[in-house]
Design a protein around this ligand. Structure first.
Ligand SMILES: Nc1nc2c(ncn2[C@@H]2O[C@H](COP(=O)(O)OP(=O)(O)OP(=O)(O)O)[C@@H](O)[C@H]2O)c(=O)[nH]1
Ligand SMILES: [Zn+2]
Ligand SMILES: [Zn+2]
Ligand SMILES: [Zn+2]
Length: 316
């Protein structure tokens, strides 16, 4: 479950290898329970396929029990319709019992430990992993395909594509000849560290390469989840308005780099670059900003220089 928006992500996440067209479920981050003491228990029911009521006997190998836990959800929820079965149970628990804080801590702690494992893997192979975060449609995939083409033969790049559904972006990346896996998060609004772990096992990126992770288009939830990347790279296009950094400060604070994209459209949209830079530095004085157009190539050399410099500083 996403601790920000409460969406029951993870339960339908899949990983797709476009080369083999093999689709596999990603098991972690699945149905979770908040026990009366606030402990969160997360486990997977992939091959169970059953509806997760609380009155079933847990005969499939969990290490927790629900005996102290037989309250009627509906008795608490006078503000909800009686047929609220679509609302995820852990969310109801957290709302009713004020355990949101524990839930957040437990889920993020689990994610962070897998992220640390990913980071160690990347470090041991001198891999630069970048987590591209933005609103939907800011131009992430277009920027990636152009970057891959322009740096071909110089720096090996592979891509982990995150979207709720379809393999469209992975197909676009694959056309450039770049190794790619697609992660479909189903109802989920962001990628999590365990998904990256699985994707890296499939991709097997070479030493001294770049792994670009295109996160699900969403300026809120991906800010919370460390994937083990070296840096989050926020992407904002000039059609979105210059005040996004102050409206979504967490995302811009969590990012070390920002690309202002689609600058070829500046003559046609009311976007004040100076004001945008001031807002961005207000929320994150250290953020590095590159203004680019993946369409006409403006500004891309500075972005490539940054990537080269990051790769050089990784050598040991
Ligand atoms: N004018 C202009 N259009 C661009 C540029 N970059 C991307 N676009 C267009 O913006 C639209 C969205 O681009 P994508 O690359 O699919 O954006 P995305 O961030 O990958 O989208 P999601 O994966 O759906 O979040 C497409 O129509 C692109 O052609 C650019 O630099 N200039
Ligand atoms: Zn969310
Ligand atoms: Zn429960
Ligand atoms: Zn995309």
């Amino acid at each position: 479950m996403c601790v920000t928006c409460g969406c029951p992500n993870g339960s339908q996440a899949t990983i797709i290898d476009p080369e083999t067209e093999e689709i596999q479920p990603i098991a972690a981050g699945s149905p979770s329970h908040v026990l009366p003491d606030g402990t969160v228990v997360v486990h997977t029911h992939y091959d169970q396929g059953h509806d997760h009521g609380h009155d079933h006997g847990h005969d499939h190998g969990h290490n927790h029990q629900h005996s102290a836990h037989s309250h009627d959800h509906h008795s608490h929820s006078s503000d909800r319709p009686a047929n609220d079965s679509a609302i995820p149970t852990p969310q109801i628990h957290a709302n009713l019992h004020g355990t949101t804080v524990e839930l957040e801590q437990s889920l993020l702690a689990k994610n962070n430990s897998i992220a640390a494992h990913n980071r160690a893997t990347f470090k041991s192979k001198n891999i630069l992993a970048l987590n591209l975060v933005s609103s939907p449609g800011s131009g992430k995939t277009t920027l990636l395909t152009r970057t891959i083409q322009d740096l071909k033969g110089e720096i090996p790049i592979s891509v982990i594509e995150g979207d709720q559904a379809t393999a469209n972006d992975a197909d676009r990346i694959r056309e450039t000849g770049c190794p790619v896996v697609q992660i479909n998060t189903g109802t989920g609004c962001h990628l999590e560290a365990d998904m990256i772990d699985r994707a890296v096992q499939t991709l097997q990126p070479p030493d001294r390469s770049i792994v670009m992770i295109e996160n699900v288009g969403n300026l809120v939830c991906p800010a919370l989840f460390d994937l083990g990347e070296a840096a989050k790279v926020a992407i904002l296009s000039v059609t979105e308005g210059e005040d996004k950094p102050i409206k979504y400060p967490h995302m811009f604070r969590a990012s070390q780099v920002m690309l202002l994209t689609k600058i070829d459209l500046l003559p046609y949209v009311p976007f004040q670059v100076d004001r945008f830079l001031a807002y961005a530095r207000e929320v994150n004085p250290h953020i590095e900003i590159f203004s680019v157009s993946a369409q006409n190539g403006a500004g891309l050399l500075a972005w490539y220089e940054w990537l080269r410099w990051q790769m050089r500083s990784r050598r040991h």
